[in-house]
Design a protein around this ligand. Sequence first.
Ligand code: GUN
Length: 295
Amino acid sequence: MTAQIIDGKAFAAKVRVSVAEHVATLKAKGVTPGLAVVLVGEDPASQVYVRNKGQQTVEVGMASFEHKLDASTSEADLLALIQRLNKDPKVHGILVQLPLPKHLNSDLVINTIEPAKDVDGFHISNVGLLGTGQKSMVPCTPLGCLMMLRDHHGSLAGLDAVIVGRSNIVGKPMAQLLLNDSCTVTIAHSRTRDLQSVCRRADILVAAVGRPEMIPGDWVKPGATVIDVGINRIERDGKAKLVGDVHFESAAKVAGAITPVPGGVGPMTIACLLANTVTACCRSLGLPEPAGLTA
Ligand code: GUN
């Protein structure tokens, strides 16, 4: 068997078209959705992400506000900026790029963002709302995975889902989303016994551990859907290469469908950030939420 490739790049382009249509409707009502991104310090990978976010925000017609702060910025100054953005009516979404420099308390910083503007879905209120199946802002990467899974399967009810990785950004919210869609959910991690057997039970296998190609094809149930969240930079044959957490060549021979790296989950994350910003804008105005762009 050769797996169907789930094209995240094409899917993300469709999401951006839908976001742009909603933005145009909102602009016709006199409202421009706005996203504020805060970057502290000069981490090169974070700078690339923030630049891409800003470009795509403008491309779909939204307002982009970038705040680049020195690595030595004090916690008080950062919290004061967030409080200002919380009150700013032009800002509907706020994202603080992680990781933050070590002298800053990330939990405190994230929990200072107004939950309704927390387009990352990391605020403790949004985590609680998602965990109890209530309307919330949903973390972008798991939301992107969910959109692709719903598109591929239709209903996810009753499917066995295994998530490898228990991070707050991907593993845990992914589990909540799949549970809310009536999957039977297992979260596996570095201490899980007999990980191969656990993975082989999965109709849906989500890999989010950050270890290059750690899941080989013989850990995949024939016909399963494999969502590879990993983006790992490795060197092979003297060349820099991006690989996922799944060994693509062997897994693609067994799986029913699989996301590639690059071009799978990655492009969906920023698309979902834009979707969350439109959602936050609509909710703030009491308007109907954009169909198909929320969990
Ligand atoms: N750093 C890496 N991924 C993310 C993300 O999804 N959101 C934020 N704020 N920072 C990140």
